[in-house]
Design a protein around this ligand. Structure first.
Ligand code: UDP
Length: 239
């Protein structure tokens, strides 16, 4: 069952915001170390983990565009920001003795491999952590959509989305004390009720291909490993 073998291969999606810890911008080493330690122990248990990190702690294309920048260029800045996060996580993982590869959708051969799906799978089979950078390499997409697409292409069993809340609620639990948390949802509920899981492009890609999404509280000690193991945690969005 799922609890014995875990998900097997997963894509772990972390927002860039999480990497800045309590700050708005930049990288908080303690937070990155915390994530790296959790990923390292999941790998030690035999799980195959690919990681996608957002870039919200660096630049968001939409925000730069609002300030007057051309949208495509703004989004490329956003994508490049995610690569900095990838290198930070790579460093902390390798300090823990975990082999890693960063693969980016925008070519930058000095710092990362190109995204080559079959090579990514091979790395995972060898117990390496693959960190995907630069999103899909195309403006107007998000790292959430990237997580969904990569999960599908490399044959992951689920997208695990680590956030600041412990699941999906019917309203914002920070504003409404009576907000109700869902254990399980279907994709349609998420889309029609506008629930905050991932953006609509990402959710519909998962819906069309039956890819489960697990939303969980990243900073709760032990949660990353539990999510990767396939333990019941947070909210699961599935068919
Ligand atoms: N981005 C993009 N295409 C992609 C992935 C990301 O254009 O395939 C850009 C977009 O500008 C986005 C930024 O990179 O705002 C950072 O990614 P995201 O907002 O998904 O980061 P997160 O909110 O997860 O920290």
């Amino acid at each position: 069952g799922m609890h014995d073998a875990g998900w097997g291969r997963v894509v772990l999606k972390l927002s860039g915001e999480a990497f800045s810890g309590s700050e708005d911008l930049g990288i908080d080493p303690g937070t990155v170390e915390y994530v790296a330690e959790a990923v390292a122990s999941a790998v030690a248990e035999g799980m195959e983990v690919a990681v996608i990190i957002g870039g919200g702690n660096m630049f968001r294309g939409a925000a730069l565009h609002k300030g007057g920048m051309e949208r495509g260029r703004a989004d490329y800045m956003g994508m490049l920001g995610t690569v900095i996060n990838c290198l930070a996580l790579q460093d902390f993982l390798e300090r823990l003795g975990v082999e890693t590869r960063v693969q980016t959708s925008i070519h930058m051969s000095q710092v990362a491999e190109a995204y080559i799906p079959r090579r990514a799978v091979r790395h995972l089979e060898k117990g390496r952590v693959v960190i995907f950078g630069a999103g899909l390499g195309a403006p107007f997409f998000s790292t959430d959509t990237t997580a969904a697409q990569r999960a599908l292409e490399i044959g992951a069993r689920a997208v695990l989305k680590g956030t600041q809340v412990d699941g999906v609620y019917d309203s914002d639990p920070r504003k409404n004390p009576d907000a109700v948390r869902f254990d399980r949802l279907n994709y349609n509920d998420v889309l029609t009720r506008g629930l905050k899981v991932m953006d609509a492009t990402a959710v519909s890609l998962c819906m069309d291909n039956g890819m489960p999404i697990v939303v969980f509280d990243l900073m709760q000690e032990g949660n990353i490993v539990r999510a990767i193991r396939g333990e019941k945690i947070g909210t699961m969005v599935c068919p």
